[in-house]
Ligand binder design. Sequence first.
Ligand code: SAH
Length: 230
Amino acid sequence: MERSRAGSDIYKNKAMVERLKTYGVITSEKVANVIESIDRALFVPDGNVPYYDSPMPIGYNVTISAPHMHATCLQLLEENLQPGMHALDVGSGTGYLTACFALMVGPQGCVVGVEHIPELVSSSIQNIQKGAAAPLLKEGSLSVHVGDGRLGWPEHAPYDAIHVGAAAPKIPQALIDQLKPGGRMVIPVGTISQELKVIDKDLDGSLSVRDEISVRYVPLTSREVQLQGV
Ligand code: SAH
């Protein structure tokens, strides 16, 4: 058995993928392969059961999303994560999904994670360095930055895919502006009740928006408000 640190076990990671397939969450072979090749235990703080299908605390009043949510978002964005495409992960947290995006778009693509807690940016970089996306981080097609994700990351815009890992009271205009015509954004929207919204920008720039599922994410907010825990 390969163990890179306490709790890490690629066979258990594979078993998690099989369970998500059995429950009908994972239907895409490509997404199954990506989730299999990034060991979740590298991203979940020690003391938690990394392969359990639940969000887990990562400090700073936030959580790593549950495996079924990661899988759902990867599948919703799959067509917009083709090799060579550009993707933005807002609220990149542990870096787990950012790493998955990078494997999907490959070395010719570009994946940017934006996270407003500097300590999480540092630890996410360390997490990514231990796994399959490490070469992409080294070569520069994958990068993670400290910033307010509500402003997006204009430097590598426009994006084919934008994922937001925290719930916004309303869709930030900067993210709409940075979505490429033909691009797709997946974003939880709402406060007490939240919907995972799928926003497609047509080639003429018009938007179509649909609700995928009801969800429960931590808020997309300012660093100060998040750290106060209100
Ligand atoms: N998708 C990640 C993290 C989910 S938690 C994972 O699964 O690991 C949501 C993350 O959004 C947290 O790390 C939080 O710090 C971050 N966040 C919240 N508001 C933000 C903002 N305005 N700008 C950047 N990051 C933000």
